[in-house]
Design a protein around this ligand. Structure first.
Ligand SMILES: Cc1cc2nc3c(=O)[nH]c(=O)nc-3n(C[C@H](O)[C@H](O)[C@H](O)COP(=O)(O)OP(=O)(O)OC[C@H]3O[C@@H](n4cnc5c(N)ncnc54)[C@H](O)[C@@H]3O)c2cc1C
Length: 393
């Protein structure tokens, strides 16, 4: 659809946490001076942070999703629910999965992550482990969890190499511990937290405040063992193969962990529709942005949320670099610096701001998942309100 009107057209790709709010705020700012169009896969917004609660039935699926069609219409925002097939940054157009072409003056990419389960043999909800990254996964995991409670065995929970989002792994471990205690089977379930982080509480950010001490203590008190610097080699039915890596990148040892239920967060990459554009994306398909969330090569393209290229934090010195590359499996930082043509530090400081904001929310929300949580995930206004105190039984 060519933009033949007088008004500029702003297209927002993705109606998740980032894209929905961006569309609302852009429309509010531009009023009738520009047309705002949102393209999403499906017509529904899911509040991703509540997915773990769906798995243990603390929330129903219906409680954490909302249909966006009427909401966008009321706000005068055009809405396509078929998803984008490809973007063409040189031609200022998006091809939708229906093959329709949508021209834009400005493009805001908020397509979140593609979940890279396929990078590890036997990994992910199509194979032997569960996921809470999407509400469909969380719901499917709920059936597996119910069967597991009837026949309790060990649990393996955590985040694999290349993962950049660690908070939900800790959150889910604490949720599982709490729920198993409620169901009076916790004593039958040895739990192991497996993570590619160099230490517990690193969170991909070299820790924040005393997250190391806090989380170690929390896991210890709940009798959850951990393996850090872990690289998951493969998963078989009921068995995870883990390599533990030394600081110099050499192998420290191998572990074979039996499980009856396992959820490990995967690595992320950019979604297929936006991948593979020189100057727009890094080799993992994440969008390169400057401190204004704007792509340096295509200044009419902006990006926000998980689809943005971020640099890892906390690695220092050669040993740490080697460790990072072994465990994380990609030279993310080097790619970012190269691809931003010397603007790496800018991109980093921007990303650090973004992350520190997220982390503040994380720290508020992290411990709220246990039984006496006072956190409220509010769909009204799509805001997460986290009143924090440490949960417990
Ligand atoms: C279990 C879990 C718990 C979390 N808890 C927290 C928390 O407590 N606090 C916090 O701050 N963060 C939390 N996060 C992280 C948070 O969910 C993400 O930061 C947030 O959802 C990212 O928003 P986003 O808009 O970038 O991506 P998403 O919310 O994933 O949205 C992406 C949207 O893009 C759409 N899309 C994908 N491909 C296309 C395409 N080709 N065309 C059109 N649309 C497309 C998708 O359908 C989706 O609607 C959590 C993450 C997980 C997995």
């Amino acid at each position: 659809m060519a933009n033949t009107g007088q008004k500029p057209r702003i297209v927002v790709l993705g109606a998740g946490l980032g894209g929905t709010i961006a569309a609302f705020e852009i429309k509010e700012a531009v009023g009738n001076k520009a047309d705002v169009t949102v393209v999403n896969k499906g017509d529904t917004f899911h509040f991703v942070p509540s997915n773990p609660w769906v798995t243990v039935k603390w929330r129903t699926r219906e409680a954490i999703e909302v249909n966006l069609t009427h909401i966008f219409r009321r706000k005068g925002i055009e809405f396509f629910t078929c998803g984008a097939k490809a973007i063409h940054p040189k031609d200022n157009k998006v091809t939708l999965s229906t093959e329709m072409e949508l021209f834009y003056d400005y493009l805001v990419i908020a397509t979140g992550p593609e979940l890279a389960f396929d990078e590890i043999e036997g990994f992910g909800p199509e194979h032997f482990t569960q996921s809470v990254c999407h509400v469909d996964h969380a719901l499917a995991a709920s059936d597996v969890f119910e069967a597991f409670v009837r026949d309790p065995k060990p649990i393996v929970v955590g985040a694999v190499q290349g993962a950049s989002c660690f908070g939900p792994a800790y959150e889910f471990a604490l949720i599982l511990d709490t729920e198993l205690r409620k169901r009076k089977v916790r004593d039958k379930v040895p739990m192991t937290f497996v993570t590619s982080e160099p230490y517990v509480g690193h969170l991909g950010l070299d820790g924040v405040g005393d997250t190391k001490g806090l989380l170690e203590s929390e896991l210890r008190q709940r009798h959850i063992k951990w393996i850090t610097n872990a690289r998951v080699e493969k998963v078989e039915a009921g068995l995870v193969h883990v390599e533990e890596v030394n600081e110099d990148g050499s192998t420290k040892g191998h572990h074979q962990l039996p499980f009856g239920f396992s959820m490990m967060l995967p690595a992320f990459r950019g979604v297929e529709a936006v991948r593979g554009h020189e100057g727009l994306t890094n080799p993992r398909g994440f969008i390169l942005v400057d401190k204004h969330q704007r792509n340096p090569t295509y200044p009419n393209i902006f990006a926000l949320g998980v689809c943005v290229a971020i640099a890892p934090t906390g690695a220092c010195g050669c040993a740490q670099d080697r460790l990072h590359d072994r465990v994380h499996g990609h030279g993310h930082r080097a790619q970012l610096q190269t691809n931003t043509g010397g603007q790496g530090p800018d991109a980093r400081s921007d990303v650090e701001c973004h992350l520190s904001g997220r982390l503040r929310r994380w720290r508020r929300g992290l411990f709220c998942s246990a039984a006496d949580s006072t956190a409220q995930h509010q769909l009204v206004g799509i805001r997460q309100v986290g009143a924090s105190r440490q949960g417990g039984l």
